[in-house]
Design a protein around this ligand. Sequence first.
Ligand SMILES: [Cu+2]
Length: 456
Amino acid sequence: MVTRRDFIRRSGAALLGAGLVSKTAAAAIPEAVMQESAATQEPLLPPNGRPYNPIVTLNGWTLPWRMKNGWKEFHLVAEPVVREMAPGMKANLWGYNGQSPGPTIECVEGDKLRIFVTNKLPEHTTVHWHGVLLPNGMDGVGGLNQPQIQPGKTFVYEFEMKKSGTFMYHPHADEMVQMAMGMYGGLIVHPKNPNQHRVDRDFLFIMAAYDIDPGSYTPRVSEMLNFNMWTWNSRVFPGIDPFVIRQGDRARIRFGNLTMTNHPIHMHGYDFEVTGTDGGWVPKRARWPEVTIDCAVGQMRAFEFDAIYPGDWAIHCHKSHHTMNAMGHDVPTMIGVDQRGVAKKINQLVPEYMVMGERGMADMAEMEMPLPDNTLPMMTGQGPFGPVEMGGMFSVVKVHGNIKPGDYKDPGWYKHPKGTVASEWTGDMPEPKRAKAPKADGSELKVRKPSGHSGH
Ligand SMILES: [Cu+2]
């Protein structure tokens, strides 16, 4: 819950945007605000217009607006950007206002939006407002609903927000290329009554997939299925920030899927309630419990939970190859294959050659593997007990007690109460009894006679 004091304190962050707005209030078109950082930005408290409880975009930010004669005016700039996917790897993408994804647009049910879109890409584009109910000519399908926005041109979209919920925006022009290059953003419409669907912490991420060869910077845009970077807001673990939640808070996590496959999102430690779909809010009596919620292509989902169980809880896509970074493909299964003979021979030619994957692939998370520039290990991240063997669509929900309202800084690792961590058993270890297979001649087979059926 945002208290009035928090509101005033945290409005400081919004003042920068407000300053920009007043300077350009007289201009015909609002200044386009840019973002250089891939870090999660503090929620943007609304400096004007209807009140709402802002969301936190994971490794993202919310676009400031200006009010003009009752219209909320935003300015999106479609342009090439450099996105850090995780420390050690940058990608040349296309996005909006300096980042991929573009900034989250936040508004309130009943708001009238005027969104200027300037095209600084080398080819035409449009913006489709995914899930929003609007006049047909504002729907953004190039050629069908509007002429394409040519490079260097600015178009203006105007519509009124008819209902609250979780939506997205993305191009509907040369989609395969423009989506494969990272063009998308979130669009959140808050309820008119800020107490409706109210939570204390509200998070958003959108899933996007890329095919970036290890050592290269630009996604292969002709890829249809074989992606190797599975991202939340164009970030991969360990580059995805944690979901920082104060113990006892009511929390909501919203996500959308703009990849080419579905993602079963699984959160540990809790069962949660599915409270939102791309169609809107699920009525209270129809909400259902889950620990994993699948999100199909083009869908949005929201779930809520009371964060009563403290800890550092994993949250991830349950397709295990989606929690890996590039190089995850084309690695043969070597489990149980004794490679020592091969290694010996290769070592005569390549002295440092190491065999990989003989005991599973976990050892690859520990090894300092020589990597090409600008790529990430398949699975990395350090936890308090060692390497976290994950990449891609993985993060941590950090439910801690010592967090202040409105504080989203990483609180560090959870300190487990004594005796609550799985540990090595050092007591007696009798050999387990195993059931014996019967002899081939069947002499050990005991055939149980059918009991007392009297027949037909
Ligand atoms: Cu997935």
